[in-house]
Write a new protein. Structure first.
Length: 43
């Protein structure tokens, strides 16, 4: 599930340009920006 990177809201909806918009803070973000805070372990 995608979360808003600004407020952590868990119910974004998709805009016509493909970005997501948060229902809580109304912030706009893209799918890739949702992964900015995720740290992946180096194998």
């Amino acid at each position: 599930m995608k979360r808003c990177p600004q407020c952590g809201g868990s119910r974004p909806y998709r805009l016509s340009d493909g970005r997501l918009k948060c229902r809580s803070c109304r912030g706009r973000f893209s799918w890739t920006s949702a992964w900015d805070s995720v740290r992946l372990p180096v194998a």
